[in-house]
Design a protein around this ligand. Structure first.
Ligand code: PMP
Length: 458
């Protein structure tokens, strides 16, 4: 443990010297001292099962021994920029990462954060298409930089300042909250509560959302557009899944108007969804640009943009893109070891097996509790939407959600939150978790729901 400051002193320093935007997730903020694989330890030595891995930042486990060993070795060898020198880790990494992407997605730009990666992807889309307008979904989160804030359509991230020139939002094809139902038309192993009346491959909801998308294209943007950004599953908005086939049709419509299609894999990539290594593959589409961050470095600041040689050339013709720390030797050595661990430890397969096991267990709680409105997701990206009741689907009041969240923490389980009203619990652990840990997590969550019911019944 750190020989460190008392908890109250930490709170004081935080208040005086750190950005007020760094709001703590819990009413009593968690002061962490150590992490090991799927476990976290606070300053008093209390142990927590981390089922949110710092917002999908840690992909293969906190302080994974192999990743740590590689980082330590590189630490003693060279840390520098890649912007003006060659060094082996970046070339080794470029080969490894590009091998995981389909043709023609073979050119890699390395960055330090998801926002930076999406900034660059916006520039690329505009430079390549010679157009300006970019579309993203309502509820999307693509970053917090001035440029990407135009793509991010989560109300509480919007400011009363000019931003997002050329960015337009379109309706999110959310089959749980949206008007057309269709939740059985998403790619999730769980049973859903409102059955869509159409056949699985021809979902009415999908067609309705495509009509909305066409409406945006004909009313809100220029005839020719630069691009369209989509998360394969929305993370910050509460693990929102689109109806099957939606992205494929949307990509065609975008390309007809000269735009490029960008998959933001910051939360969905690197095997987390289980059935496929990349989220876009689960939709059967091939994007023109893929952006990635968070789990790519297992907690080390790192991000990437991967695109086609043609798009990369369009950018190079217009600007010398420069990033001092993007692709630095430390990040690349760590990134390579993360890819090796995912393969050696079969973590994609584990996401599929343990994730499906967990989804089905959580889905049972939906039958047991009126306030569990929807359980969805894929692999180890799971959303549990909390409602006042199943008929109205109104979000459960925030104070009640807060209490359930705190109760889980008190019992040793950390989970995330998402959605406009913070109404969805998000579960996205490191990909190394096992079934007994899932059993523990489901039991803790169930107990928190029982406690909620007891409070309400009083
Ligand atoms: N895209 C997605 C899908 C994200 O979830 C996030 C972060 N929440 C970002 C981009 C931005 O990443 P960063 O915070 O590293 O800038």
């Amino acid at each position: 443990r750190y020989q460190s400051l008392a908890y109250n002193r930490v709170l004081e320093i935080h208040k005086q010297h750190l950005s007020p935007v760094l709001t703590a997730y819990f009413s009593e903020p968690l002061l962490l001292h150590q992490g090991h694989m799927e476990w976290l330890f606070d300053y008093e030595g209390n142990r927590y099962l981390d089922f949110f891995s710092g917002i999908v930042t840690v992909s293969v486990g906190h302080c994974h021994p192999k990743v740590n060993a590689v980082a330590q070795k590189q630490l003693g060898r060279l840390w520098h920029t890649s912007a003006v020198f060659f060094h082996p880790p970046i070339h080794e990494y470029a080969e490894k990462l590009s091998a995981l992407l389909p043709e023609p997605l073979k050119v890699i730009f390395l960055m330090n954060s998801g926002s930076e990666a999406n900034d660059l992807a916006m520039l690329m889309a505009r430079a390549h298409s010679n157009n300006t307008d970019i579309i993203s979904f309502r509820g999307a989160y693509h970053g917090c930089s001035p440029y990407t804030l135009g793509l991010t359509n989560v109300g509480f991230h919007k400011m009363e300042l000019p931003s997002g020139m050329g960015c337009q939002s379109t309706m999110c094809p959310d089959v749980f909250c949206g008007p057309w139902g269709g939740s059985h038309c998403r790619d999730s192993p769980v049973q859903t509560i409102r059955k869509c009346s159409c056949a699985p491959d021809c979902c009415q909801a999908k067609d309705q959302y495509i009509e909305q998308f066409k409406d945006t294209l004909s009313t809100s943007v220029a005839k020719s557009i630069a691009g369209f950004f989509a998360e394969p599953i929305q993370g910050v908005n509460g693990v929102v899944q689109y109806p099957k086939g939606f992205l494929k049709e949307a990509f065609e419509l975008v390309r007809e108007r000269g735009g490029v299609c960008i998959a933001d894999e910051v939360q969905t990539g690197f095997g987390r969804l289980g059935s496929h290594f990349w989220g876009f593959q689960t939709h059967g589409v091939l994007p023109d640009i893929v952006t990635m961050a968070k789990g790519i470095g297992n907690g080390f600041p790192m991000a990437a943009v991967v695109t086609t040689p043609e798009i990369a050339k369009s950018l190079a013709k217009r600007l010398l893109h420069f990033n001092t720390f993007g692709g630095n030797p430390m990040a690349c050595a760590i990134g390579s070891s993360v890819l090796e661990v995912i393969k050696e430890e079969n973590l994609q397969e584990n996401s599929q097996e343990v994730g499906t096991y967990m989804l089905l267990k959580f889905a049972k709680l939906r039958d047991e509790f009126e306030i569990v409105g929807d359980v969805r997701g894929k692999g180890l990206m799971i959303g549990i939407e909390m409602v006042k009741d199943k008929t109205s689907r109104q979000p459960l009041p925030r104070e009640e959600i807060n209490q359930i969240h705190q109760d889980c923490k008190r019992m040793g389980l950390l989970i995330g939150r998402g959605g406009t009203f913070s109404q969805t619990f998000r579960i996205a652990p490191s990909m190394c978790i096992n079934k007994p840990e899932v059993d523990f997590a489901v039991e803790v969550f169930r107990s928190a729901l029982i406690q909620h019911k007891q409070r309400q019944d009083k």
